[in-house]
Design a protein around this ligand. Structure first.
Ligand SMILES: Nc1ncnc2c1ncn2[C@@H]1O[C@H](COP(=O)(O)OP(=O)(O)OP(=O)(O)O)[C@@H](O)[C@H]1O
Ligand SMILES: [Mg+2]
Length: 364
């Protein structure tokens, strides 16, 4: 992990005080940072990263939590044994069948068991990764207000187990807008925001150089790769992976060739960004007008006035109020499609992504 020691330290300091909502653009390195904490926790902490991306619905999320707490030796493997330990801690003598409990009550039981099982003087850092994707699937699988209920329940658990346990919630797309959509803004008000920024020029250059070990890389080539990738480590690595045959010092032209190679490769870069997210969150109609705003932004090789994009959205859907239209542009900023350069202007978040959008458009 390159260039993240300050972020790591800042996150630890914050987590000692409160739960954290970690935000950051796609592929910026959120999971990598959480993995690093899980693998090499600071003194006094047991850090457990739970990847919820593939958990489908509430019960699979609970299962992922159980498996990861068990991986760290904090809870037994089987529910039968977990029940035994939990009963001894919480509900002395009362007959209880946890497997018959609702999955959300199982979360509470897992956390009670895990915090009781912590080594002396240690706290539990529960690092929940890809929470929004999971909540989307909870909404689909469990229906009704299941996702909002989970969010409120997690909040109650944070209050109950703090300070023995602190939570980090993260995911590729904004949790706060999701909470607003689910009408449960309250569920996140106890969390401190932590933004994981893209790598700075120095760290981005170092990463590009490491990936091209054995070659001499010109300063301007490193800067160009960093700029095209908007400092996002994954895209920096991909540029390095798609270099043309290198027989001389790596220059800007090589980086440009790598960008072309990457975008025309079979890998379908930015596939996920071009497809699911907009529709999943906003429905077909809103997604269509947001797509049109992004078409305009991608086509401009530079800043675009927010007011212009609002006008594009309103022209595309005349039923939208100016406020609603501005809200959709805000969503595109919040979801890291666009980046604010000042009060009035935005730019497509990542130049490489803008090129992919120009080439392939959106599958919305
Ligand atoms: N600091 C770093 N140094 C080197 N490589 C990194 C660093 N951060 C991330 N990477 C690499 O970039 C890629 C994306 O990182 P990661 O999966 O952590 O991002 P993410 O923010 O969790 O992405 P997503 O939005 O999809 O959840 C990974 O292949 C990872 O190895
Ligand atoms: Mg991730």
């Amino acid at each position: 992990m390159i260039g993240r020691s300050d972020d790591r330290q800042a996150l630890i300091v914050l987590l000692a005080l409160s739960g954290v909502l970690m935000k950051g653009s796609r592929r910026v390195g959120k999971s990598t940072l959480l993995d690093d904490l899980d693998g090499a926790p600071p003194v006094g902490w047991v850090m457990v990263r739970v990847d919820l991306e593939k958990a489908h619905g509430l019960s699979e999320g609970v299962e992922a939590l159980r498996a990861d707490l068990h991986r760290h030796g904090l809870v037994p493997d089987s529910w039968e044994d977990i029940v035994r330990v939990f009963r001894a801690i919480e509900v002395q003598g009362v007959e209880i069948d946890l497997t018959a409990l609702l999955p959300r009550d199982q979360i509470g039981a897992l956390l009670a068991t895990a915090t009781a099982g912590l080594p002396k003087g240690h706290r539990l850092g529960l690092l929940l990764d890809e929470v929004p994707w999971w909540l989307d699937s909870v909404q689909t699988v469990d229906g009704g207000s299941a996702a909002a209920n989970v969010m409120m329940h997690l909040r109650a658990l944070r209050a109950r187990f703090s300070p023995s346990m602190q939570m980090v919630l993260t995911g590729s797309v904004g949790l706060r807008p999701l909470a607003t959509m689910l009408e449960c803004d309250d569920s996140l008000t106890d969390l401190a925001d932590f933004e994981l920024d893209p790598l700075d020029l120095e760290a981005g250059s170092a990463l590009f150089e490491v990936e091209l070990a054995g070659h001499t890389v010109r300063e301007e080539a490193k800067r160009h790769a960093w700029e095209l990738a908007a400092g996002v480590p994954e895209w920096i690595v991909e540029l390095a992976n798609h270099m043309p045959e290198l027989t001389e010092e790596v220059g800007v032209a090589h980086v440009e060739a790598a960008a072309d190679n990457y975008l025309s490769s079979g890998a379908r870069p930015f596939d996920r960004e071009r497809r699911r997210h907009l529709v999943l969150r906003h429905g077909e109609q809103a997604a269509e007008v947001m797509k049109q705003a992004l078409d305009v932004a991608a086509g401009r090789n530079g800043w675009v006035p927010i007011r212009g994009l609002v006008a594009v959205v309103m022209a595309a859907d005349s039923s939208l109020s100016a406020r609603k239209a501005a809200g959709l542009i805000e969503e595109l900023i919040e979801a890291y499609y666009l980046r604010r350069v000042d009060h009035e202007n935005v730019v497509f978040h990542c130049p490489l992504f803008a090129r992919a959008w120009m080439l392939y458009g959106s599958d919305v």
